[in-house]
Design a protein around this ligand. Structure first.
Ligand code: ZN
Length: 149
């Protein structure tokens, strides 16, 4: 399907999307930095792939990496242009992963947004996002402390 089919960000609907963008910007601004929130985490790489069960669009895979002073903000906007109140929150996934400290974690989330302002159940976005998280943890300081003899 041509990209032009999604070009509906004009007229009345533009307000709704502007508010949505604004809410994301505020949430991002409020997020703390990675090294403050997760001191043990050195690097987190998130690979994302999208599967449209409705077959309406194709969406490029995304890769995001977080380290040091990056914002610990793990909400992913839905790539479907006209999706309302959609998106994927990886924050609980990241928290669960860091509580047990495996180096990888993967799974699938489904977008619960709507493709129509009427928000009828049959207009749910339902875009699936497959994620893979790869984490690198800081090596414990003890290992580099010189031993006194
Ligand atoms: Zn969506």
């Amino acid at each position: 399907m041509m990209l032009g089919a999604y070009d509906g960000r004009n007229g009345k609907s533009a307000d709704v999307f502007r508010r949505q963008d604004e809410a994301w910007r505020r949430a991002y601004a409020a997020a703390t930095r990675l090294h403050e929130r997760f001191p043990k985490l050195e690097l987190l790489v998130i690979d994302l792939a999208f599967i449209d069960v409705r077959g309406m669009g194709r969406f490029s895979p995304q890769m995001r990496s977080f380290s040091g002073s990056a914002k610990a903000f793990f909400a992913i906007a839905c790539p479907r242009t006209l999706c309302l109140d959609g998106g994927f929150d990886l924050d609980p996934v990241v928290l669960a992963m860091l509580s047990t400290e495996p180096t990888t974690s993967n799974g699938t989330l489904e977008c619960r947004g709507w493709m129509d302002p009427t928000r009828a159940e049959n207009t749910r976005c339902l875009l699936r996002m497959h994620y893979r998280l790869d984490a690198r943890y800081n090596t414990p300081q003890a290992s580099i402390v010189k031993r006194r003899t």
